[in-house]
Design a binder for this molecule. Sequence first.
Ligand SMILES: [Zn+2]
Ligand SMILES: [Zn+2]
Length: 609
Amino acid sequence: MSENDNMPYEQSDLYRIRHSAAHVMAEAVREHFPEAKLAIGPPIADGFYYDFDLGQDENGKPRTFSPEDLEKIEITMKKLLKKNAKFEQSSKTIAEAREFFADAPYKLELIEELAAGKVDENGNPISEPVTEVGIYQHRNFVDLCRGPHVGFTKQVKANAVKILRSSGAYWRGDENRAQLQRIYGTAWHNKAELDTHLKLLGEAKARDHRRLGKQLGLFHISQLVGSGLPLWLPKGAILREELESFLRQAQVERGYLPVITPHIGKLDLYKTSGHYPYYKDSQYTPIDVDDEQFLLKPMNCPHHIEIYRSQPRSYRDLPLRLAEFGTVYRYEQSGELNGLTRVRGFTVDDSHLFVAPEQLEEEFIGVVSLIQHVFQTMGFSDFRARLGTNDPNSDKYAGAPEMWAKGIAAIRKAADKAGMSYTVEEGEAAFYGPKLDFIFRDVLKREWQLGTVQVDFLLPERFDLAYTAVDGQKHRPVMIHRAPFGSMERFVGILIEHFNGAFPLWLSPVQVVMIPITDRHVAYANKVATELRAAGVRVEVDASNERMNKKIRNAQLQKVPYMLVVGDKEEESGAVAVRTRENEDRGAIPLAEFLAGATDLIASKAVEL
Ligand SMILES: [Zn+2]
Ligand SMILES: [Zn+2]
């Protein structure tokens, strides 16, 4: 793409193009739905949207856009883009704006919030009241808007714009407010860029982990259990357990100790830690048990801290690295839930390291190198690190400024020593300390935040943690929170899409399908399967009545790495005819040779077959 990678999106050409496209799309909607009330229409990553209130249908339900409506709107939008008009900027006082937008209730609400210093035109928080609001006009279309826009509508190329879909969206994301209709669109510099983007969108849809998760029998969402609470089916559980045992082994090698803690804890525990009330909005209502209140565990940290505090600690105990695949529960709005990637209960590959201050740097480097090891094993080569610091203007962070400075300095030093480059993003820290996040770019060039490492001086203070140092005095340890995968659910969701369900051999729930050519070869197929299973290979035998080619196709749809076809010839020579899920025919090879090769690939966690 021609954009400078380092330029903030808000200052880029594409941002202006998309914002301008949003205005022209709203102009087109107004041509077809003169009564539509406009809400907000910002640019977003890869495109833009605009929210409309279309009133109610004859049944009193919010009116929606049909696919035919969207087609008409797109045609009109393109016509309006080509019919050149200038974007004119001006401003109005709050009083003038109130009068001008008197018939636009959503704009009026935004004007009041701007005047009160609460949120801007795009719904983002602002710090100061506004006395004059920005206005952009082209032709008769006037919007409450700070811009920026392109100069003329023609600068948004009609053949580089596409309306993608519409969906319901609550005003201000609040389920108790009006339900609006959101139209998503995308706009690019030129048609070639648009085509590339549409191709990637098509690929992403084909790889959707919700669809593949069902097709491959990995997980299930039961409405009776509840949305956002995935059930792991046997094949998904095998995949997840493989990931867990891989990380467990890597942790054992690095001196981590396992712990197991319960799913609830007393409210007081989280008041002490500060997770309550800091994370109140993302927690469930406390549970009353006898005379006490408990919380569904939103975080594992306080439980691990109580393990640290279970006995007096000395410098000989440090660093103490406690690890647990700990399940936590967070509230997410139902509209935000998405397969495995946005859920209400998930398992963190969590660990807390309690270290002496002088050990912080070395331990941080150790954690960074563990995360690098995890990513390399997965075959993730395209990733970057982001240092999240506090936003000094926000009150959502706890702890003294010098603690923050110390933590940030430690991360910088450790990252430099580990040779890890990173960008700095203000406001991305956890409430108790700065963090280094690892952001992975998948094969479709989409970015996902995965592993995270956080330095924490605050919780040790809140819980009055101590250890006896060499000098015989009590000292305060520092904590490192870390999770290389992030969450098992999200990580598996991302893996499914990245690999398109065709996992590396060691992660494949079924590694081999035996395909007997006729009934007469089932016995030999079973014999081979038994031998492979004894060597730790996961095998299924397809003894169905289907024809051989159908069996091969079925296994390929299940993305099983190897199909071993056996008939008279193979049985006589103790061989197997090897096919791969990519439909590669490797011919007949001795069983012993296949077994040696496959167990080798599994043991080395090879990404390729
Ligand atoms: Zn605007
Ligand atoms: Zn933690």
